[in-house]
Ligand binder design. Structure first.
Ligand code: NI
Length: 178
């Protein structure tokens, strides 16, 4: 197990499309997942995509415990999602503040679909099929974007709504990143 270095915006590897996982039994996959969990936990992230640690595979992890510091953030179950397919369930869009471990210290106001369905596979290759809303839907969309080389600043509609966390939210302990 190891905490891996997270690539930061500007690294060309964050702009590449990730490849699907073909062999769920490969030992490298379980090692990758352990490293991703360790890295996400060490950095207090809400999620992490494999390309963020330089691995160009369609693997994301996410999960948020209910936290009194973030009463607005609903709990999101700890999830390993491989080869995801994401579809919006309607045209409703929400805007909310996001951060990213690859864009440390920043926050931006990002539009996302309110309701999405995601399908894919867990760490053992068993199918996942969930329809989710709100914060859960936002976290999934953020992580799956990483698999297509998209970072959240690319989705900000008004770049005046992008800045440093400690300036935007003075006095608030802002550590929730994904
Ligand atoms: Ni991110």
């Amino acid at each position: 197990m190891a905490v891996r270095q997270v690539l930061r915006m500007g690294d060309a590897r964050l702009l590449e499309r990730a490849q699907p996982v073909l062999d769920f039994g490969a030992p490298g996959l379980q090692e990758l997942l352990i490293d991703m969990r360790d890295t996400m936990a060490a950095l207090q992230g809400a999620g992490l995509a494999a390309p963020q640690i330089g691995v160009g595979l369609q693997v994301v992890i996410f999960g948020v415990e209910r936290n009194l510091r973030y009463p607005e953030a609903e709990a999101v179950p700890e999830t390993v999602l491989i080869n995801p397919v994401l579809t919006s369930l309607d045209d409703e869009i929400d805007e909310a503040w996001e951060g990213c471990l690859s864009v440390p210290g920043m926050r931006g106001l990002v539009p996302r679909h309110r309701h999405v369905r995601y399908r894919g596979f867990d760490a053992e290759g068993k199918p996942i099929d969930r329809s989710v809303s709100g914060f859960h839907a936002r976290v999934v969309q953020h992580e799956v974007d990483h698999l297509f080389g998209v970072l959240y600043p690319m989705r900000i509609r008004d770049l005046r709504q992008f800045g440093f966390s400690e300036v935007l939210f003075p006095g608030r302990d802002v550590t929730l990143d994904d």
